[in-house]
Design a protein around this ligand. Structure first.
Ligand code: ADP
Length: 257
């Protein structure tokens, strides 16, 4: 029987790339996004490629939506093997201007979302009595702290810590919990980050901040969704069965100043 993976936030960017890769690896995939149009478009691509998937709209910050994703996975494909907590949002703001709304929104999607997704997946793995894998979206911002990305960075530091704890607490249930930590990607998120950041500097033009970030990458290019998907594909595979509690950086060697 084909293995089954849920990928949250797979309507765009990295999540979409990860979902495609897992589909090509042979998984039946449950696609999810808060944006119905985006997740439907990903589903269409799956159909055109002859890959098996369903699309389930849902907000990862809502616990019941996460449990529904697992329910739909089991209803359609009979089981769950891998749950990728990919959905996330960025916040660009100088620390002194961050307000309660921004903090609540970022933490509810990036942190509550990962916790609820892990709970939903782990419940199912325990019920099935099978091994299972949870793979979380952390970030290079979960290891280092970037100006203007304080809130985002704080959420990703929380994801890193939660990944370590969940790995320990779920190990005896044969569940592995790891995270991928991307650097600068050529996705819509990074277009938005650049756009927001340059507003705070009189001497910068659109694209300048993005270029500055890319200039700091040893390999000389930002990453594509495929670069991150390569790591997630490995973490989702049996070859990664002895790996848990890890937050693995895939950033092309960012040089910090
Ligand atoms: P990245 O660079 O991390 O891939 P994107 O913004 O390109 O960032 O993609 C993130 C995806 O996550 C988007 O499709 C977005 O709609 C989705 N997303 C954001 N918030 C939620 C949420 N609360 N629930 C589900 N999906 C979400």
């Amino acid at each position: 029987m084909a293995k089954v993976a849920v990928v949250t936030g797979s309507g765009n960017g990295l999540g979409k790339g990860i979902a495609h890769r897992l589909g090509k690896d042979g998984f039946n995939v449950v696609l999810n996004d808060i944006n119905q149009e985006a997740v439907n478009a990903t589903l269409e691509e799956f159909k055109n490629e002859g890959l098996k998937a369903i699309a389930v709209k849902g907000d990862v910050s809502k616990r019941e939506d996460q449990f529904n994703l697992v329910k739909q996975a089991v209803k359609e494909f009979g089981q769950l093997d891998v749950f990728v907590n990919n959905a996330g949002i960025d916040v660009v703001s100088p620390f002194m201007e961050i307000d309660a709304d921004q903090l609540n929104k970022a933490f509810s999607v990036n942190v509550h979302g990962v916790v609820f997704g892990t709970q939903a997946a782990a419940n199912q793995f325990i019920e099935q009595g099978t091994k299972g894998k949870v793979i979380n979206a952390c970030s290079i911002a979960g290891h280092e702290s970037f100006e203007m990305l304080g809130t985002y960075s704080a959420t990703k530091h929380a994801v890193k810590s939660f990944t370590h704890v969940a790995a320990k607490e779920l190990a005896s249930n044969n569940i592995r919990v790891n995270a991928y930590c991307p650097g600068v990607a050529g996705t819509a998120m990074w277009d938005r980050i650049d756009e927001e950041m340059v507003k705070y500097y009189d001497d910068l033009q659109p694209g300048d901040k993005y270029k500055e970030f890319v200039d700091g990458i040893s390999l000389g290019r930002s990453q594509e969704p495929e670069d991150v998907a390569n790591l997630v594909s490995f973490l989702a595979s049996d070859d990664a069965d002895y790996i848990t509690g890890q937050t693995i950086v895939t950033d092309g060697g960012i040089v910090f100043r």
